[in-house]
Design a protein around this ligand. Structure first.
Ligand code: BG6
Length: 486
């Protein structure tokens, strides 16, 4: 994926957490791997720094430690710093944008504006860019959260859409950049083996889990106004679901892939408010112990209201109303302060119709595909095999695709892949406006119902797998979360 597409990458929010932890380290990695055109420049924009020297000092102090985790190549690092320029700009002063226009005037290639800022700044920044003529020959990257509900997200999209064409807008969902998600596409559409089984006749249920050990960290204030449904389900989980469930696209070009994902999002069965208790579980963590360390309750985290009703855990049963998936439950789950950090997709295939080999072959989950997104990316296919020795006793065995064994080099962090895609004009892994709207449309009735009920979320102890109601929901369908298998 080496490229000579030259670029000027303008980073708004250049001193923010995201720039420090993800964006600049990803650009460094791309630079180190020789994937950035030599002439490409990074222009950081911030208000609180005086000049480039100040900014570089900040980068060395705050970004270098993240970069060094994977071993630092000093000469690549020095070269990376040379790419960085700086513009002191107060986002509240549209007239300051003339400084930016002058700074990028002589710089090469396509201009990428990365908005690593709060969503309330998206529209003012876009307008100020347009006012100084910077909305042509350019792309704009919008970070989540893009709005708080359908209305606010539409308002942002409408306003940004007046300035940038849809093909210039890159709405980032970093889960789409994760290597195993790409591999899921390769597995499904590059092999004849799985696709015939990938349907209601052979699939009993599907689980998608994104579990975190971390709490809300320093983001208590933001999170308390957001909650897990908006923070993780509306975007990451529904995007993963749409990749798992989509029809084979005609090609991997951006609109073919996104059209198919959109069809899935539009086919999600609307949740009937009367059923919400049966198909949706919301929880909030109390104090507990994670890996031997006591952690505090959500309601005592900095920035969180003491009587907060915000959910830090969600489990949902989702159905897709189309021929391929009718009647197959998709169980989605995400939460903070859970027992383990794991993101995975579990496809449970149906048991054999008749077992001549005893009851083991009829057990649910005898054939199962587990796509582990993190940690330890693997795709694992469970089958039954005969145990050695006398008699026909079956036991579970598995075939593993452990990427790091097959491919020792070339692994890429999600942000690195996505930033290279923006620079090179590849939109397939970015969320199109209509997808985002469809996701909000589906999620909103749940949000409304929860708000109207005004009930506290179900408590769960930190370090567990969430409220018991989450397991009970699956038990009603004769299944269980993967970690509950004994
Ligand atoms: C972000 C959420 O989008 O994803 C965070 O806002 C969450 O709350 C994060 O912690 C999880 O991402 P990852 O890649 O660490 O699983």
């Amino acid at each position: 994926m080496f490229t000579d597409s030259s670029f000027t990458f303008v980073l708004f929010g250049g001193t923010g957490d995201l720039s420090m932890r993800k964006i600049l380290p990803a650009l460094y990695e791309a630079h180190r791997a020789g994937m950035l055109a030599e002439s490409g420049k990074i222009v950081a924009v911030a208000r609180h720094m005086e000049d480039r020297a100040d900014y570089l000092e900040w980068v060395i102090e705050h970004v270098k430690p993240y970069v060094s985790k994977n071993g630092l190549d000093e000469s690549a690092w020095a070269g990376f710093l040379e790419r960085i320029q700086f513009v002191k700009l107060d986002l509240g002063k549209p007239e300051d944008f003339a400084l930016l226009r002058d700074a990028v005037a002589g710089l090469p290639g396509i201009r990428v504006f990365y908005l690593a800022t709060g969503p309330s700044l998206f529209v003012p920044i876009c307008r100020a860019l347009a006012a100084v003529g910077l909305n042509t020959n350019s792309r704009i990257v919008l970070e989540k959260p893009l709005g708080y509900d359908l209305k606010s997200s539409n308002a942002i999209n409408d306003a940004v859409g007046e300035i940038f064409a849809e093909e210039q807008i890159y709405r980032i969902d970093h889960y789409l950049g994760k290597e195993p998600v790409q591999n899921l596409l390769a597995l499904r559409f590059g092999n004849a083996l799985f696709e015939p089984l990938w349907r209601r006749e052979w699939v009993e249920s599907i689980q998608i889990t994104i579990a975190e050990e971390l709490g809300v960290e320093a983001r208590g204030d933001f999170y308390d106004n957001t909650g897990a449904l908006r923070d993780m389900v509306q975007n990451h989980l529904l995007q993963l679901l749409s990749i798992v469930a989509m029809e084979p696209p005609h090609s991997m070009d951006s609109d073919s892939v996104r059209d198919e994902k959109l069809r899935v999002l539009r086919a999600l069965k609307p949740i009937d408010p009367r059923d919400i208790g049966k198909v949706a579980v919301r929880g909030q963590y109390h104090s507990g112990v994670i890996r031997g360390t006591s952690v505090p309750a959500y309601a005592t985290e900095p920035g969180v209201k003491a009587n907060s009703n915000t959910e830090t855990f969600v489990a949902l049963k989702v159905e897709i109303e189309n021929w391929r998936w009718a009647g197959v439950p998709f169980f989605l789950r995400t939460g903070k302060r859970l027992a383990d950090r794991v993101a995975e997709i579990v496809v449970n295939f149906r048991a054999v119709p008749h077992s001549a080999l005893g009851p083991t072959a009829l057990r649910p989950g005898a054939n199962r595909l587990v796509i582990r997104l993190q940690p330890n990316e693997t795709i694992r296919l469970y089958c039954l095999a005969k145990q050695p020795g006398e008699g026909m006793n079956l036991a579970s065995v598995h075939l593993d695709l452990a990427f790091d064994q097959f491919f020792r080099e070339g692994q890429m962090e999600a942000y690195q892949r996505l930033l290279l895609d923006v620079i090179n004009g590849r939109l397939a892994l970015f969320v199109r406006r209509d997808e985002q709207e469809a996701a909000w449309r589906w999620v909103e009735p749940i949000l409304n119902e929860w708000a109207a009920a005004n009930k506290p979320p179900k408590p769960y102890a930190a370090g567990t797998w969430g409220p018991a109601a989450s397991s009970a929901m699956l038990a009603q369908h004769g299944t269980y979360w993967l970690e509950e298998e004994n």
